[in-house]
Structures are given as structure tokens and as C-alpha cells.
Write a protein that binds this ligand. Structure first.
Ligand code: FAD
Ligand code: FES
Length: 548
């Protein structure tokens, strides 16, 4: 399977009355204590973990994008995926840290005459992932919890609030045409359809849990005094509690000619599909060399006549450091992508049809262009809150506390649109625009909304993927770092870079096969201190031993 073949909608195993099966996986001697090994049975990969003599068996591929868990970091009953750090409880198979949408099946395992045997059902052995059991509910007319925005933070909130026992109806108002979908795929595979990348494909999944979506509808204002949300169709709805999860709006290019046709931005699935339709055989220019611009360049390179990235920094992806950016740029150039570095667009010209045809750069250079894709940042989608009394910071992000409460009673906010505390890093308020962090906000608000404590500190994790072949992984938060320490060679793409503050690692970036970013996700979660001395003394820069 590849990243885009994943099926996030395997049947639930509620009321599983399929036949019991027993299967021999292999020999116990092949999985000595302290090791793990993947076996295959009926075409299904099963991971067996030998934790000091106690055996566990779960699906062998990650429920996020099917990466093998065999080399994941196992510690104290949890296994963390080496790729993007999703974390699963090996007893239940439940996902405990994101990204991802589903959990794994866990299997009853025993040893018989030296053979490892699993006992399960045909249904459980028939899939690589499970949807956690969410109780089905009767319709009720209580005043709903209203959620504005139908992105990943909302999808994750819905499931965790129901798992934690919230029984109030949930009404999601979303301007999109589809219920929550996997937005990160849009820059990696712009032709992905909304139906295919929906997180829950079956409408009944939500209906049976008393969750309604009002799609293609924007919220235009909020009146907390009356607990009213006003909609673009002129209606209003009343809420018992309000959650704002509206993410970001793309920043628009402001130069002469920026209203020409074939100038595209990317946030929603329709925009991605439009770019995918336009690009074959065309000269594409991507403005911006951060994640979106670079991912779009990589995904259009194969079919476009040419792809050029315009970067206003000396190398792309400047947040990681110019040596890392250079290594990535060289790989892009090998694939035929061109770069205009330390440059910027000052004007655009069009043809007789009103389509963009020339990009004018700061130094006067002109580039031919048929399709311009801009990835120049986002602003918080919070304008509709003007006059509501809900407190925004100077950039427009909604200020929330560690329980995602705004300054107004009964109003919460989460995801890309907020600035929230990050206590593990002693940060009072920070805006983070990562998929995993938005999911974690949704997960944690699913606890606090019913008064339950959150399951541990939030640890940010970010990844990016180019040409479906290589990318970067990042865990922690580098804000305020004072020192860097690098192992490996960033220019070859195989490295670990540590960011330190007061001699202590606060963030880790990795390229190539290193699992350090994923391992540090667990190290940060547990609050384990790793110092510069530890880095200097490390032989191989693997860190799983700290977790045992
Ligand atoms: C193309 C792309 C690729 C990305 N790739 C990565 C990646 O590789 N790794 C990573 O970590 N992160 C990535 N991200 C970032 C990640 O997708 C976001 O961090 C995440 O989606 C934020 O989730 P959210 O629920 O807060 O907001 P969103 O997913 O943006 O959802 C917000 C929703 O609110 C709706 N909305 C906004 N205003 C209103 C309104 N007034 N009324 C009603 N509805 C409204 C929007 O239409 C949208 O559906 C990517 C983002 C994009 C756009
Ligand atoms: S494939 Fe495992 S976390 Fe993404």
C-alpha cells in the first residue's frame, strides 16, 4: 500500500459474531525478550512484542499511513510509529497520540509448544485498523454543542467527546462541501477527491452518534450574550457550548496582476483539484518555499512542463536552517524543479484571455507561467468574531487557556486558529499550525468538555513529505532555542538536528531514516531531560533506551 491507498474507514467490530480463528504466527525463539517481530498470516501483518516475557500482538502497520511498526519505539505498553509518531497502546490497540484516525486491533496471544498462537475473529483478522467503539445514541433535541469549522480538530473532538461520555447533540457548521477530511494530502496528492480522503466515509457514523453537519455554510457572527451563532444563510442557531475551530485563511499575493486567472491558493479540496486539473503540460511557478510551496512543487513536477519555486530566503524551508534547505533543494533539482532564491514577485502579467503569463521578479527577471500556486502563509480565520468579545491576540488568533477555554463562558477554541499554552516548554501562549497538534487539541478538549483531566502534556509533531519519497520530521518546540547540535549531514538529507535551550534539548528535526523525532515525542511527553553532554556522548543518536 502507498500513502494514498489507506482506508481510514474499516468496519467497526461492534457486535462481531464472525467465526473464531486461531493461527500460528511463528516460533517464540524468533522474538526473544526485549524484541519485536512482524509475522504475516492470511496476508495480514501482525506485530508481536515480547516485553520481558509478556507477549502482545497488534496490527503490524500504522493506522495513519500504513508504515511498518516493526522498527517503532516500544516502551511500557505503548508503541510509537517511526514515521510521524502516532502512538498505540499494545494491550488495547487504541491510538493514544496522533496523527491518524483509527486504532489497531490487538489480538489474544499465547505460546503452544514453542509456537506463537493468536486467537481472534475473522473480522478482526480481516483488517489493518479498527474504529474505536463509540456508543450509538438516540436523537435528542437538547440545545447542541455547536462547533464552527469541520477540520481535523473537530473530527477528533467529536470522537473523544463521545468516547468520554458527552451526550449533548453536536452540530458542526462548516463552509466546506465535505465532512472532515485529511487536508495534508492536498499538497501531496492534489487530485485526491473529497470522498476518498474523508476521515469517516459513512454519514451514518456521525448520524448514529447524534452529530449533524451543516455543510456549505459559514458563520458570519457570534453573540455570546444570547448564545447565538449567525449563519451565511440568514439563520441563527443557539448553543449550549460553542467551540471555534476555523483554522486559517490563505494569505493572498498583493502585487499588480494578482487578480489574473490561474493564480491559485491551497487550503480546500476543490482548490487542490483545480490545481491538479490545470497543471499537466503547463509551466508552473510556486511562490513560497515553505512546506506548502515545496510539497506542491514536488507533486506537480512529474506532469508539468516545468516547475519553478520562488523563495524569498537563500534556501527553501528556512525554519530548519539553510544547510537542511540546501540538501532538500538539491534533491528537488535532481527531479527537474528549478529555484529562484532570495527573490520575490513584484508583478504579474497576463495574456489576452486574462490568464497569468509572466512573473516579474525583484531583479527584473521574467519567467513564463501558465499556473501560479501561492503558498505564502495563512491568517487565522477569525474575522467573524469581531465584536463578539472573544479575545484575540494582535495577529487575530483566539486566546485560550490550557483547557481551550476562551475569555467568554461556554466558548472554547482549538486547532490552527488558537494561541494556547504549551506548559511542557514553559510557553504561555503559542500558535502552532500542525495537523497532529490540531488533532491533539480536539482529543484534549474531548476530555475537558466533560470535566476529565487531559491525558498528559501536548507535544507538537510536524512532518512534511516530498515526491512521496523523502521529507522532514520535527518534534517539540524550538521557540527561544539558543544552541543547535547536528549529527549526520543535512546536505545529504540524512541527519538529526537538536535545538537546545539552557543546555537541554527542546526540539528535534530529522531527515532520512532517523527515528529521533518520533523517539523524542515520547521523551518530551515523559519530561525526560536530554542535555548537550548526552548528545555528544551518543554513539548512534537513537534514544529508545531512555524510555525503557
Ligand atoms: C495543503 C496543506 C497541507 C498540509 N500539510 C501538513 C503536513 O504535512 N503536516 C502537518 O503537520 N500539517 C500540515 N498542514 C496543516 C494542517 O492541515 C492543519 O494544521 C490542520 O488542518 C488544522 O486543523 P484545524 O481543524 O484547526 O483547521 P482546518 O483543518 O483548517 O479546518 C477549519 C475548517 O473551518 C472552516 N471554516 C473556517 N471559517 C469558517 C466559518 N466562518 N464558518 C464555517 N466554517 C469555517 C474551514 O473551511 C475548514 O473546514 C497542511 C495544511 C494544508 C492546507
Ligand atoms: S504512518 Fe505512522 S504516524 Fe504516520
Amino acid at each position: 500500500m502507498t500513502l494514498c491507498d489507506y482506508k481510514p474507514n474499516e468496519p467497526e467490530c461492534d457486535g462481531d459474531d464472525s467465526p473464531i480463528v486461531e493461527e500460528v504466527l511463528g516460533k517464540l525463539e524468533d522474538v526473544p525478550p526485549g524484541t519485536k517481530k512482524t509475522f504475516e498470516v492470511r496476508g495480514r501483518k501482525i506485530l508481536v512484542i515480547n516485553d520481558d516475557g509478556k507477549l502482545f500482538a497488534i496490527n503490524g502497520v500504522c493506522s495513519h499511513y500504513n508504515f511498518s511498526l516493526e522498527n517503532g519505539t516500544y516502551a511500557k505498553g505503548r508503541i510509537r510509529c517511526p514515521l510521524h509518531g502516532a502512538c498505540f497502546n499494545v494491550r488495547s490497540g487504541d491510538i493514544e497520540d496522533y496523527p491518524g484516525f483509527d486504532s489497531l486491533h490487538s489480538y489474544s496471544v499465547s505460546v503452544n509448544n514453542g509456537d506463537i498462537v493468536i486467537k481472534t475473529t475473522e473480522k478482526k483478522l480481516g483488517s489493518d485498523r479498527k474504529i474505536r467503539h463509540l456508543p450509538k445514541m438516540k436523537e435528542c433535541n437538547d440545545r447542541p454543542v455547536v462547533v464552527i469549522g469541520g477540520g481535523v480538530a473537530t473530527a477528533t473532538f467529536i470522537e473523544h467527546s463521545r468516547l468520554n461520555g458527552l451526550i449533548t447533540p453536536i452540530l458542526v457548521i462548516s463552509e466546506e462541501s465535505f465532512p472532515p477530511y485529511d487536508r495534508v494530502l492536498l499538497s501531496k496528492n492534489p487530485s485526491a477527491t473529497g470522498e476518498n480522503i474523508r476521515m469517516r466515509k459513512d454519514d451514518a457514523f456521525y448520524e448514529e452518534r447524534n452529530v449533524k453537519f451543516q455543510l456549505k455554510t459559514s458563520v458570519v457572527s457570534v453573540n455570546p450574550n444570547k448564545r447565538e451563532v449567525h449563519l451565511s444563510n440568514g439563520d441563527f442557531v443557539l448553543y449550549s457550548k460553542l467551540i471555534i475551530a476555523t483554522g486559517g485563511n490563505v494569505r493572498k499575493l498583493q502585487v499588480p496582476g494578482s487578480d489574473l486567472r490561474n493564480i491559485c491558493y491551497l487550503r480546500k479540496v476543490e482548490e487542490a483539484n483545480h490545481i491538479a486539473d490545470l497543471h499537466p503540460g503547463k509551466h508552473v511557478v510556486c511562490v513560497g518555499s515553505s512546506f506548502i510551496g515545496m510539497e506542491v512543487a514536488s507533486s506537480l513536477a512529474e506532469k508539468a512542463a516545468s516547475v519553478t519555486v520562488i523563495s524569498n530566503s537563500p534556501e527553501p524551508l528556512p525554519v530548519f536552517g539553510s544547510d537542511i534547505g540546501k540538501g532538500i533543494r538539491l534533491k528537488f533539482e535532481e527531479k527537474g524543479v528549478k529555484f529562484e532564491l532570495s527573490s520575490g514577485v513584484v508583478a504579474l502579467r497576463g495574456n489576452e484571455q486574462g490568464e497569468v503569463s509572466k512573473v516579474i521578479l525583484q531583479d527584473g527577471k521574467e519567467l513564463d507561467v501558465d499556473l501560479l500556486v501561492c503558498g505564502i502563509g495563512v491568517t487565522p480565520a477569525t474575522e467573524f468574531l469581531a465584536g463578539s468579545g472573544i479575545k484575540l491576540d494582535s495577529r487575530g488568533f483566539i486566546e485560550v487557556d490550557e483547557k481551550f477555554r476562551t475569555n467568554i463562558s461556554y466558548v472554547f477554541a482549538m486547532g490552527d486558529a488558537v494561541t494556547a499554552p504549551l506548559p511542557q516548554w514553559d510557553i504561555e501562549s503559542i500558535n502552532i499550525q500542525h495537523f497532529q497538534t490540531a488533532q491533539t487539541h480536539g482529543q484534549y478538549l474531548g476530555y475537558t468538555i466533560v470535566g476529565k483531566p487531559q491525558p498528559g502534556p501536548i507535544v507538537p509533531y510536524f512532518w512534511t513529505l516530498f515526491f512521496f519519497a523523502f521529507g522532514l520530521k520535527f518534534s517539540g518546540c524550538s521557540q527561544g532555542y539558543t544552541k543547535e547540535y547536528t549529527n549526520g549531514d543535512p546536505e545529504t538529507g540524512s541527519f538529526v538536528r537538536y535545538f537546545l535551550k539552557k543546555d537541554r534539548v527542546i526540539a528535534v528535526a530529522a531527515g532520512g531514516p532517523s527515528q529521533a523525532a518520533s523517539q523524542f515525542a515520547e521523551i518530551f511527553k515523559k519530561g525526560i531531560e536530554v542535555t548537550l553532554k548526552d548528545l555528544k556522548n551518543s554513539k548512534d543518536h537513537t534514544w529508545g533506551h531512555l524510555l525503557l
